[in-house]
Design a protein. Sequence first.
Lengths: 257, 338, 281
Amino acid sequence: MSQAKLEVRDLRVSFAGHPVASVPELNVDGGEIVGLAGESGSGKSMTILAVLGLAGTAGAAVTGSVRLDGQELIGLSAARLRAIRGRRIAAIFQSPALAFNPVFRVGAIVSRTLRQHGLSGAEATARADAAMRSVLLPPELLDRYPAQLSGGQLQRVAIALALALRAEVLLADEPTSALDVTVQAEVLELLRELRDSRGMAVLFVSHDLAVIAELCDRVAIMRAGQVVEQGPTGQVIAAPRHDYTRELLAAVPRLGE
Amino acid sequence: MIRYVTRRVALAIVVVAGVVILTFVISDVVPGDPAASWAGPHASAAQIARARHYLGLDQPLAVRIGKYFAGILSGNWGTSIHTHRPVLSDIGTAAPATLELVIAALIIAVLVGIPLGLAAARWPGGALDHVIRVGSVLGVSMPVFWLALILQLVFAQRLRLLPVAGQYDPNLVFSHPLTVRTQFPVVDSLISGNWPMLGSTLVHLVLPALVVAAYPVGVIARIVRAQVLDTVGEAHVQMVRSLGFPERTVFGTFAMRLAWNPVTSVLALVFAYSLVNTFLVESIFDWPGLGSYAAASVSTLDTPAIVGVTLFVAVIYVVANLVVDLVQAALDPRIRLR
Amino acid sequence: MSRFGRFLRANPLIATGGVIALLIVLIAVFAPLVVPYPADAGAATHPEIALQAPSAQHLFGTDQVGRDVFSRVLAGARVSPVVALFVLLISCVVGISLGVLAGYFGGVTDEIIMRITDIFLAFPPLLLALAFATVLPANLTSLTIAIAISWWPWYTRLVRGQAASVAGRPYVEACRALGIPSWRILLRHVLPNSVTPVIVQVSLDVGGVILTASALSFLGLGAQDPTPDWGLMVAEGQNYFTTQWWLVTFPGLAILITALAFNLLGDGLRDVLDPRRVLVR
């Protein structure tokens, strides 16, 4: 079996001895969107931090294996992790308004990141502009401060940054939870496009099973830090095997009911 | 932005006017007779009376204040009773030395205080953090005149590492005379390429500047530490980490930019405090600045000089506040966009 | 007692500062009993043993007229801290009253009071105190008044905001509607609710006032000989400093430790009580 883009095995994240997330197996391949579903506090966000190698900054300990194209990330030196972070594995977060440093123009953050990963000033500008157009935003918006952009626009800038970096994996931590439904739909469409035209591997974390059902090709259900079930979305929804999955599905409001 | 500026400037003018009136009222309460001081110890009663008339002291307070206002706008800040020279020119001679010292101290404070605060915030609870915190409180609790004496004794007199007093080595005046352009010896020697003099002025500046810098370093380090610690938990810090920036950039560039706000707002206050601390320290280091001038004026009941110095310091303070407000608005877009 | 003990261990700042501050207060109160040479704290002079280095009989040595420096330093604990006490008392009374009036009544009263306050605030505290101290006769009373005059505006500004927000609250409106006289409302409701930040600010200010008072005494504008004021002692010992280092070192150290203790205490109190309200001085 060929290896997936991102392979997670026996990942265990714990705080001072208390386990907060446990993922026995999770694969995300290029050109697919995998959902990680569960309630708040189920350990989804910690999983993302652990994949990024940032769990330590939150005070957590990580054991297990995370491989990117076969290369082991857990235990990798800080310098090499930093080269991978952002550049090959990108992340977008829940509250875009809070995720951007308020006293920097968004373009400054974008260009600094691109230059940090080795691009020259001219290349950085070119890629940034192209990426903005890909997410259907005028490049002039890069001159604005976060307070001057809407949540949806900021999220698209974050995605544009991932595009400009030519990231191969995108970790999305509840990226649409803070957005209006219509704006949400646009962002989801963007993610689909990233999967289809760029072949990105997307890990989509959310508590909203309806969104996951709509967007993801495969899904893993997390409860109290444990992955309880996973499989192709259609299959999991039609024939859930775990009680918790059934509960979650039952709780989703359906139109016309 | 323009409206913001004009509003602040207008307020500043009102405040300065009030300061002038207040200073006049204070100094009018001076016990003792400035006219007698002017006329000299051997003057007759008639001479003193003529001196009083000459100095305008026989007119009612309101009239004197009015004339003074008219005067300051045209550059006439009165005549010093002690030096018999225009107060403004006296201040002009003495002020640069004081400003040079205060600015040097503030530069040191910013260059030292900010990195210390950042370091303390980056490894909170560590040994470095504790040392920096204790040091900051020490800096803020330090009686500046005492520190000046101690450092002078240790470094200048006992260890002979630094000069004891003065702005520069007086012997150099003969071999490498200083061409006075800006009244700031450091700047003047720099622009005229007078390297021995530059070296001398800088070396003489070290001790007094360090003493005056103790307080602002403490204040700035504490503020930066508090501010950075506050923001460390926030989402945008995690985001730049996830973009692959090293920790030192996460703190030094991104978190630091947010810390400028509280630092600048405290800068004007710290400037005022340092200005007054400089006054205290000048006599110890034979520094020919406003502090020495003010001390002399006080002992000779030199009302115009006292009023002049107070007015000058108040104006500088108000201007400094204004500058800080504007710089803050420039650095933090959230203030401008309000 | 154990809860208090745990509190102290969790807050080393308050613990250290509080202990030292308490020590200083105790020394101040019991000085005449504790001091080895009580007469030296006053007008006694012993020129025959002048300028002696620290020894067993004179822990901090003797000064230029033979007085025991140790005794004078201990006795000095009664001088600066007492000045600080009165300065802050006056500042609070005047500052809080004006602040409460400005905040509660708003409008013209607010404008007038705050403009006057702004003018006083335009001066750095030490400068204003200096200006006043030079025109008043040089003694501790003038010193206290001079510093108090420059210190009260900060309390007015601090309290005004609090008072204004309290004044806008529904229950205060209700009181007004019921016809309760203003002074009653001010005393019973507005005042008590406006003073929490003041407590923290006062503890932070003690150090600052002590530094200001000793600076002014150093300049000769405060305590006069033979009062054992620390700032004055530093000034007197200045000329002998190069050889008789103890004349300047110990009184100055006393100022440092006192200011340090109260700053630590104030910092700790602020961390515990009210992290956001105080003005940076």
